[in-house]
Ligand binder design. Structure first.
Ligand code: PNS
Length: 165
């Protein structure tokens, strides 16, 4: 059985991520969406919130499940019999760092990375830009699932309120 991971921070999940997960689910018998929960990074959503969002968003895909991981992705892959890491490539600007990580991961445990070109309609979508645009009142409803959009607006409003208090 072939098993792949789609790793990321997913803070929050976007339609761009889900497009890659959906396409990976057609290429592999099983896909694990692996959410990096590195404590040193500050995130808008907690690990359990990101996991819950991904579980809801990936519910339509029969062969996709969601998991969190800490530490090295290669360790997760070795411990869970994962043969491939699937990454979306948006633009040339993604490529340098993604190639470096793919080669490092390969040299650590021999796990391969498969790059999927992002669908053109999502080529400019990233979690960080979605958060930035939403923070300043821009409409990001086209880029994330509806329930994520609601959670994003609520979280930003709560942050604003806490900052004003
Ligand atoms: O959505 P992101 O922030 O681009 O995801 C990055 C992620 C989580 C996939 C990457 O940082 C990662 O693999 N982190 C785990 C730690 C690790 O293995 N680091 C070495 C990479 S060569």
């Amino acid at each position: 059985m072939s098993r792949a991971v789609c790793p990321g921070s997913f803070d929050p999940v976007t339609h761009g991520h889900l497009d890659i997960v959906r396409r990976a689910s057609r290429l592999f018998d099983e896909v694990v969406v692996a959410i990096g929960v590195n404590k040193s990074k500050s995130r808008l959503f907690e690990p359990d919130e990101r996991i819950a969002m991904l579980e809801r968003a990936c519910a339509p895909f029969d062969n996709v499940r969601v998991d969190g991981f800490t530490g090295l992705l290669t360790t997760y892959c070795a411990e869970h019999d994962v043969q491939a890491i699937v990454k979306g490539l948006r633009a040339v600007s993604d490529f340098d760092y993604e190639l470096q990580m793919a080669q490092m991961n390969d040299s650590l445990t021999g796990v391969d990375t498969v790059f999927l070109p992002t669908s053109p309609e999502f080529s400019f979508v990233s979690s960080s830009l979605v958060k930035e645009v939403a923070t300043f009142g821009g409409d990001v409803s086209a880029f994330v699932p509806d329930f994520v959009h609601t959670a994003l607006l609520e979280r930003l409003a709560a942050r604003r309120k806490a900052g004003e208090a």
